[in-house]
Design a protein around this ligand. Structure first.
Ligand code: 4NP
Length: 152
């Protein structure tokens, strides 16, 4: 089982999702490979945003070894779930994805318990609260995704 988390820059939301999901899946005793990527090219090779690292590390998550990369066509065959943080990025993925892999695409928050929130908002231009909110939403959705994968 392999999961790819996708946002725009691959420096805030999707590396946070990768770090949080890895830790929580391991705690649940599951071996699920995960990775993250961006649909934009600006930050390729960059480490996760220091504000994301600060918010995540404060809750015990590790961002060691992560650096930004762009989504590539081979990802659509290689991963079982390819989950976007918001609709803009889901649309970007839908345009790139070969038809036979489209069923793998979705929004991460489809696995979250709160049905009123479907997107992880981009925190890049905002304050620290936005980065805390990203971790909150991703923790809840990661547990939902872990439960979904273990049940399947
Ligand atoms: P991310 O956040 O998509 O969660 O990594 C962003 C990072 C950078 C930019 C936008 C969003 N940017 O405009 O550079």
């Amino acid at each position: 089982m392999k999961v790819l988390f996708v946002c725009l820059g691959n420096i805030c939301r999707s590396p946070t999702a990768e770090a949080v999901f890895k830790a929580r899946a391991a705690k649940a005793g599951l071996t699920i490979e995960s990775d993250s990527a961006g649909t934009a090219t600006w930050h390729i090779g960059s480490r996760p945003d220091p504000r994301s690292q600060k918010a995540g590390e404060a809750r015990g998550y590790s961002f060691a070894g992560l650096s930004a990369r762009e989504v590539k066509i081979a990802d659509f065959a290689a991963f079982d779930y390819i989950l976007a943080m918001d609709r803009q990025n889901l649309q970007n993925l839908e345009m790139l994805c070969p038809p036979e892999h489209k069923s793998k695409l979705g929004l991460l928050l489809e696995f979250a318990p709160d049905e009123n929130v479907s997107e992880v908002p981009d925190p890049y231009y905002g304050g620290p609260d936005g980065f805390e909110n990203v971790v909150d939403l991703i923790e809840a959705a990661s547990d939902g995704l872990i439960a979904h994968i273990s049940a399947a």
